[in-house]
Design a protein around this ligand. Structure first.
Ligand code: SDX
Length: 388
């Protein structure tokens, strides 16, 4: 192995998988971004500072951070032609379908002059994506409710600007709420990156062919959409609403344990964590605090979620399989408290994870690389001749 952490050489199949960005210890429930524990970043940092850290490898100085924020907040508008893409969708189109299309379409606007081998060009791609994802996300919501798009404001904070584009209208100015803005920023921060999960691996593999970075991010959005991955936060809320009352929790626990029932406890389990997802711990505390500050600490869904977690964590089925709450278990309750509609939960995840995707894409292109080519385990027919 190399450096601080040792790897089982068999585990890292090709250099394409090696990364310096995020480290996870699934057994100990450890998550480090460039060496900094997620708990400390959640307490002391903010989303754009973590974006700088993931991209550049170090925390920014005060001046570097201000310059980074200024550049991002001055790239928040999308090309006006993008608005025409929305006209082609039905109003009830899933916003993740629209995001895949519109982010992919950005590759048509930023293509010809782009040299992915130039570090400055890669940095500009990152700035544009971090800046424009909130604008596109809010446009998806406005389109679904028949309200006009709200243009971004360069003078607002990142989370505040997003919430204003979501909930402001030309007729009534959005009143900033620092509790909601801080909770939104924390949701973004906790979803920023998570090593080489399904969607990040998709972006790295697409990027390894030299494809346009905006098209690569669109492939990550598509992979994240699935209910086993980023779509789980939307599924958690649907599950809690279906449970409806604490008295029905046991019924759903039994269903989750039934091998003949496809139902799984949404927001539980993880491909890597076989201990608490450290993000879930931070989100649970934040959940309690945000709902208390908003005066809705008795939110019925939070009570069901808390009781469900208590019961599952004592149940042998979950203990034996090391199934614990993951990042999606509490995030939906906070987003619902902020006023984000359930249909937009996975879009928020995609918005936040864009920095992780583009950091991994940029890291891949920052050193000599080869196209990714995962090998298969062939289990088909041996060679045979055509009859006759
Ligand atoms: C994310 O990779 C990442 O880092 C992803 C992510 C990120 O930040 O990018 O962390 C974000 O995607 C979090 C995960 C969100 N998904 C969900 O909450 C959906 C519900 N969770 C499950 O679908 C499942 O736990 C997975 C998909 C997350 C993990 O699946 P694994 O590792 O393939 O586990 P498995 O299917 O092999 O299950 C092992 C056992 C099985 O039972 P047995 O066959 O051994 O009897 O545990 C059971 C499973 O049936 N099991 C569950 C369960 N998760 C696993 N049983 C009930 N409820 C569950 N949630």
């Amino acid at each position: 192995g190399k450096g601080l952490f040792t790897y089982d050489p068999g585990f890292v199949s090709t250099a394409a998988c090696e990364s310096k960005i995020t480290y996870i210890d699934g057994d100990k429930g450890v998550l480090l971004h460039r060496g900094y524990p997620i708990e400390q970043l959640a307490e002391k940092s903010d989303y754009l500072e973590v974006c700088y850290l993931l991209l550049n490898g170090e925390l920014p100085s005060v001046e570097q951070k201000q310059q980074f924020v200024d550049i991002v907040m001055n790239h928040t508008m999308v090309h006006e032609q993008i608005t025409y893409f929305f006209r082609g969708f039905r109003r009830d189109a899933h916003p993740m379908a629209i995001m895949v299309a519109c982010v992919g379409a950005l590759s048509a606007f930023y293509h010809d002059s782009l040299d992915i081998n130039d570090p400055h060009h890669r940095e500009v791609c990152a700035f544009r994506l971090i800046a424009k994802m909130p604008t596109l996300a809010a446009m998806c919501y406005k389109y679904s409710i028949g309200q006009p798009f709200m243009y971004p404001r360069n003078d607002l904070g990142y989370a505040d600007n997003f919430l204003r584009m979501m909930f402001g209208t030309p007729c009534q100015e959005y009143c900033s709420n620092p509790v909601l803005a801080k909770a939104m920023d924390l949701i973004f921060l906790l979803h920023a990156d998570h090593e080489q999960n399904a969607s990040t691996s998709t972006v790295r593999l697409a990027g390894s062919s030299g494809a346009n970075p905006f098209a690569c991010i669109a492939s990550g959005i598509a992979a994240l959409w699935g209910p086993a991955h980023g779509g789980a936060n939307e599924a958690v809320l649907a599950m809690l609403q279906e449970i409806g009352d604490e008295s029905r929790i046991d019924e759903f626990i039994q269903r989750a344990k039934d091998p003949d029932d496809a139902f799984r406890l949404m927001g539980f389990g993880h491909r890597v964590y076989h201990n608490f997802d450290p993000r879930a711990k931070v989100l649970k505390l934040a959940c309690d605090q945000v709902l208390r500050e908003l005066g809705i600490e008795n939110d019925p869904l939070l009570k069901i979620a808390t009781r469900l977690e208590q019961i599952a964590l004592k149940d042998d089925y979950f203990i034996k399989r090391k199934l614990y709450p993951n990042v999606d278990f509490y995030s939906g309750i906070i987003m619902k408290a902020i006023g984000i509609p359930t249909s937009m939960f996975t879009v928020i995840f995609a918005l936040a994870r864009t920095i992780g995707w583009i950091s991994h894409w940029s890291e891949f292109h920052s050193s000599p690389n080869r196209i990714g080519r995962p090998r298969q385990l062939y289990s088909g027919e041996r060679r045979r001749d055509y009859p006759g």
